[in-house]
Design a protein around this ligand. Structure first.
Ligand code: DGY
Length: 329
């Protein structure tokens, strides 16, 4: 009987499908995610790992799990998994692509709108009883319509962002490693520098890789308009947070809205949390009930296929491990 470890609580429906497969299923039900040491201890005899962003699934974890055939990440980003180590060992790595793109873009656009129209700071002022008499020059916000949105990373989530921006009459630019065949009404710009210089809002949708780590730092903030707003719903390390703090304080950019930070959770005494022009959400772009349920079911599909010796439907390293895949041995 194969054994599967699920590293966080999941929907009862997903747990039921896992258990109905006949596999032995262990679900980590603690309020806190397993520590790295807990994870290493828990994987000893598993065949399938249903993992989450909070798990650093590195070579050490894989070596502690000699029977491990498949890692099913709950999410589209799998930068928490050491993919080279999985490839070497023939372990299939899977994710949940597509299913969360619209919810993530909804949140990214909500952050943009909140920063633009000040739903991030004015409600607190009202609650403090500081709403003064009508003032034609008071509480001024920034338009969304006819402003320029720069999308960095035109994958599935970036494309959904472009569609939402078109509905708001925005002018949309995008920068991507490769120009897209389908551009969703956006205009391709051939460098990060150019898109930063021209945009009123910059929304990051590129994956975290060694090349994109600290992609947004002091030099990049200095290229942006002083009135510009940064939105980050991809991964915290794409933005150099010390440089962002400086840029927000010095006025190099006007504001930032982050769904992701370094570390996560961000400590309550972090300097970014002292700024009125910085809005931080707790990594929830995909967190709607419907989308999280679909992600759970996709993760279940992936892990069950892998432990049964079949290629998981959303395997990201099938080509790399074709010759040494453990699911085929
Ligand atoms: C994703 O899908 O990558 C989300 O950020 C959750 O990890």
């Amino acid at each position: 009987m194969p054994k599967i470890l699920v590293t966080r609580r999941t929907f009862p429906e997903a747990a039921e499908v896992l258990r109905a497969s006949g596999a032995e299923v262990v679900i980590w039900e603690d309020a806190d995610a397993p520590s790295h040491e807990d994870l290493i201890a828990a994987v000893a005899d598993i065949d399938g790992l249903y993992a989450h962003i909070t798990n650093q699934v590195n070579a050490e974890v894989m070596d502690a799990a000699p029977n491990l055939k498949v890692i099913a990440e709950f999410g589209v980003g799998y930068d928490n998994i050491e993919i080279a180590a999985a490839n070497e060992r023939g372990i299939a790595v899977c994710n949940t692509p597509g299913i969360l793109s619209e919810s993530t873009a909804d949140e990214a656009f909500a952050l943009l709108a909140s920063m633009a129209r000040r739903t991030n700071d004015l409600p607190a002022m009202v609650k403090r009883g500081e709403w003064g008499d009508f003032d034609p020059l008071g509480y001024l916000a920034t338009d969304i319509h006819h402003k320029t949105l720069g999308i960095v990373g035109m994958g599935s989530i970036g494309s959904e962002m472009a569609k939402r921006a078109a509905g708001f009459n925005m002018n949309v630019l995008y920068y991507n490693r490769n120009r897209r065949d389908e551009e969703f009404g956006a205009t391709y710009v051939d460098s990060l520098e150019k898109i930063l210089e021209r945009s009123d809002y910059v929304s990051l949708h590129n994956p975290l890789t060694p090349e994109t780590t600290n992609m947004m730092s002091t030099d990049q903030f200095k290229l942006m308009k002083k009135s510009a707003i940064l939105i980050n719903t991809t991964r915290g390390p794409v933005v150099d947070q010390d440089a962002l703090y400086e840029a927000l304080v010095s006025g190099d950019i006007a504001g930032a809205a982050l769904d992701v930070t370094v570390p996560e959770p961000i400590p309550a005494d972090h300097p970014l949390l002292t700024l009125d022009n910085c809005l931080i959400m707790p990594h929830v772009a995909s967190a709607t009930g419907d989308t999280r349920m679909k992600m759970a079911m996709m993760s279940v599909e992936n892990v069950l296929a892998g432990v049964a010796g079949d290629w998981p439907p959303y395997c990201v390293n099938q080509t790399e491990i074709a010759g040494n895949a453990r699911i085929k041995s």
